[in-house]
Design a protein around this ligand. Structure first.
Ligand code: SF4
Ligand code: SF4
Length: 502
């Protein structure tokens, strides 16, 4: 029985909001490193029951944004994004001061006791209320996955304007690849990782499909022998996809990420072939072949000053086929610096992104976009560092030397022969420093800090000469985050409303 006057509290949360596309590496975009671990977890699971005297209180750092006349979305550091109707919001407000189930029952005497108990249980499960005593938030900075970039080849058939590679005619040998895999599993074992993720990358990794096949079969055998889980993804420009390639990837249980920056010319103008020929038609065909043969690729979009105004059409196209995607911001490098029009001009970029968000609002996908919508940000999962660089990431060049980030492939700090290369990478203080967001000036007091984490350290250093400061994209992030939360709220209403009521 529900009060007609007040209405039934609706508390809508999603269990799949941490979805992030593959290749995005759990938290990151495009071809970056990453592993995010939950930062906050409640210490105990509680079943509410009549007569329970324990006091509960509203979780700290929680914000509410109106979605429409009926619903609000609640977001905050220590709980999941949750949609509440007015009745649930009123109920939550009662916990602004500590109170127990009996206090609430007295103040909500027109509610059925069972319904009330269920609604409070849901507020608790969503993390919106916590016990007044004995509740702590744990910071877990121990990622479960060690990610390794295998630079299968430096060669590529494309010449994307933002590419950071010299495109030398140099491939990884099977011998070097196997040594890199052994090295990764050694570090995984010595540092107690549960899983290894291999990224077969380049250049264009699919120029060497046989190398990928042999190496991944070897990785599977090492995984079995060491009892460490294995995950693998091929990062591709999409031009060389054939049904046989898809069949191979499927047999190997490998995932596929394809780069696509726009429809037609919005893609062509920054991702052309080495001879200058357009590549869009071939990438489109590659995506189609993958989908028709049962392998759904993750689409990685690099957003630049050039293609921002074409994002909306691209997203519309991707959503029509329900393809997962991630939007990653361009990062200048030494080779791309001459292309001034790739630079991210704030208002232009925000306008392009918001136009894309409008399309998403009309065609809300089933999967959550919290981990893939805005550059390095993961709004679904709290974390302290933007990526795994210097922590849980190894980048092997084609000679078996190890760098910290694929964009600094030439700055090697270790090699396949070292017993525990991860230890060397973690101890290195000379190159890129991937600081905790708590150590970044401007970020410490930011409400978004544990989702944003201050952006790509390399991009920040390039723009400011410092690692300990907020991202040069900070204004863009702050303009987009509330919109991304709003979209998630609308998505929850669309897909979970019917099953959410108590
Ligand atoms: S430092 Fe930047 S480019 Fe390198 S892996 Fe991290 S987020 Fe990606
Ligand atoms: S970069 Fe900006 S939005 Fe991100 S955590 Fe730092 S201050 Fe906040």
């Amino acid at each position: 029985m529900i009060s007609k006057k007040i209405g039934q509290p609706q508390i809508i949360v999603s269990l799949d909001s941490s979805y992030t596309p593959v290749g995005q590496c759990d938290c990151d975009g495009g071809d970056c490193a990453c592993d995010v671990s939950p930062l906050a977890t409640l210490t105990s699971d509680i079943q509410f029951s009549p007569g329970m005297l324990e006091n509960f209180v509203r979780v700290p750092n929680s914000q509410i944004m109106n979605l429409d006349d009926t619903y609000s979305v609640c977001y905050g550091t220590y709980h999941q994004v949750t949609v509440l109707n007015q009745s649930a919001r009123d109920l939550l407000n009662l916990f602004s001061n500590p109170c127990n189930l009996n206090d609430i029952a007295l103040r909500k005497s027109d509610f059925d006791a069972k319904d009330l108990q269920t609604a409070i249980q849901k507020l608790y499960q969503a993390g919106l209320i916590v016990p007044q005593k004995n509740c702590s938030f744990n910071l877990n900075e121990t990622p479960e996955t060690l990610t390794a970039w295998l630079h299968i080849t430096d060669r590529c058939n494309l010449r994307c304007d933002y590419c950071y590679l010299p495109h030398l005619p140099s491939d990884m040998s099977i011998e070097t690849g196997k040594a890199a895999i052994e090295s990764t599993f050694r570090s995984a074992s010595l540092n107690h990782y549960r899983r290894v993720r291999l990224k077969y990358a380049g250049g264009e990794a699919l120029l060497c499909p046989n190398v990928i096949q042999e190496l991944h079969l070897y990785a599977q055998s090492v995984s079995e022998a060491t009892n460490i889980l294995l995950d693998g993804v091929v990062l591709s420009n999409g031009t060389l996809i054939k049904p046989e390639i898809i069949e191979m990837l499927q047999k190997l249980n490998l995932r596929l990420m394809i780069s696509l920056d726009g429809l037609s010319n919005f893609h062509n103008m920054q991702r052309a072939y080495a001879g200058g020929k357009n590549s869009f038609a071939d990438v489109e065909r590659g995506i189609k072949i993958a989908v028709e043969n049962g392998l759904i690729p993750d689409i990685s979009i690099t957003v630049t000053g050039r293609n921002a105004s074409g994002l909306a059409n691209l997203i519309e196209w991707l959503l029509e086929d329900d393809l997962p995607f991630s939007l990653n911001f361009y990062r200048e490098n030494e080779l791309s610096a001459t292309y001034a029009d790739l630079q991210l001009e704030e208002s232009q970029l925000i306008t392009g992104m918001l136009a894309a968000f409008k399309v998403i609002e009309r065609k809300l996908p089933h999967r959550s976009l919290l981990g893939s919508l805005i550059d390095r940000t993961n709004l679904a999962s709290l974390h302290k560092r933007t990526c795994g660089v210097g922590q849980s990431y190894l980048v092997f060049d084609d000679k078996g030397q190890i760098a910290k980030c694929q964009m600094q492939l030439h700055k090697t700090v270790s090699s396949v022969d070292i017993l525990d290369p991860l230890k060397v990478v973690r101890q290195d203080k000379t190159g890129i420093q991937n600081l905790s967001v708590e150590d970044k000036e401007g970020c410490r007091t930011c409400e978004w800090k544990y989702w944003c984490t201050g952006g790509c350290p390399l991009a920040t250093f390039k723009a400011t000469g410092r690692y300990d400061i907020q991202s040069p994209n900070c204004n863009i992030y702050k303009a987009l985050y509330p919109e991304a939360i709003r979209l998630e709220g609308l998505r929850l209403i669309k897909y979970y409303q019917a099953t959410s009521t108590n």
